[in-house]
Ligand binder design. Structure first.
Ligand code: NAP
Length: 250
């Protein structure tokens, strides 16, 4: 019998995280759907995963808080079993503005959710997956953004900066645990029409920017979920430390 594949998706209640959880269930994973406040969204994803024949739990936790991350992973240990995959997806931009108009609270929250949380969750995953800790290995995919290399001047340079940090972290951690059975990669999506643009106070952004993207449109959440699942699969067994740009040419 093959070992069960067990995945945590942070921010799995909507957007790219929800699409990733749905596709992961189709590919045979049991799921922990983490969320911050949207219990209804997370429960809906849990029901879809269960309808696909897999086990699923929804776990509320602010992944920017160490004690809540510990509780999230301990819940998975107890209720699902040995973690094999982590998708560090939860993220936000904060309201769009120039840097000289931004509130320090916006900068702090972006750093906490987009960077600190990714490191806290990856730490908890490595503690469980690493062969050095008696684990059986696994895969981590961090969600970066094409913003890391675009810089996003005038929109949210702090957000782009956090995603640049994710790219560095992905390469460094991949090297650190490469001989411990863990592959660490990143997907850097281009623009996808999700609620993140509402959080940026710019809900029309996908409609405005879509036609300017070389491929002529925004991406669909499923088009980001697919490369995430590929990076976690055995088909990507020699791929670690990669930052896979999925931006329609942007
Ligand atoms: P979204 O639709 O706004 O969804 C964000 C998700 O993150 C929600 O599930 C939310 O939970 C969760 N979340 C936010 N803060 C959290 C916290 N502190 N703890 C736990 N969960 C938290 O965003 P999205 O567009 O799917 O983005 C997902 C990832 O892709 C992000 O890392 C983002 O930077 C990246 N990305 C997005 C785009 C794009 O154009 N959409 C492009 C490039 C990269 P609740 O539902 O409970 O609030």
């Amino acid at each position: 019998m093959t070992e069960p594949q067990i995945m945590i998706v942070t921010g799995g209640s909507r957007g790219l995280g929800a699409a990733t959880a749905r596709l992961a269930a189709e590919r045979g994973y049991d799921l922990c759907v983490n969320y911050l406040g949207n219990a209804e969204g997370a429960e809906a994803v849990v029901r879809e995963v269960e309808a696909a024949g897999r086990r699923a739990i929804a776990v509320q936790a602010d992944v920017a808080k160490e004690d809540q991350v510990e509780r999230l992973f301990e819940t998975v240990d107890r209720d699902l079993g040995t973690l094999t995959a982590l998708v560090n997806n939860a993220g936000l931009t904060g309201p769009s503005s120039r840097l000289d108009e931004v509130a320090v609270e916006t900068l702090q929250r972006a750093l906490d959710v987009n960077v600190l949380a990714v490191m806290l969750c990856a730490r908890a995953a490595v503690q469980r997956m690493s062969t050095q800790h008696g684990g059986k290995g696994g895969g981590i995919v961090n969600i970066s953004s094409v913003a890391a290399s675009l810089g996003m001047g005038g929109d949210y340079v702090w957000y782009a900066t956090t995603k640049g940090a994710i790219d560095s972290f992905t390469i460094g951690l991949a090297n650190e645990v490469a001989r411990e059975g863990i592959r660490v990669n990143a997907v850097a999506p281009g623009m996808v029409a999700t609620d993140i643009h509402i959080g940026a106070n710019d809900p029309d952004r996908p409609a405005r920017v879509g036609p300017t993207i070389p491929i002529g449109r925004c991406g669909e959440p499923e088009e980001i979920a697919e490369p995430i699942l590929w990076l976690l699969s055995e088909a990507a067994s020699y791929t670690t430390g990669a930052i896979l740009r999925v931006g329609g040419g942007r």
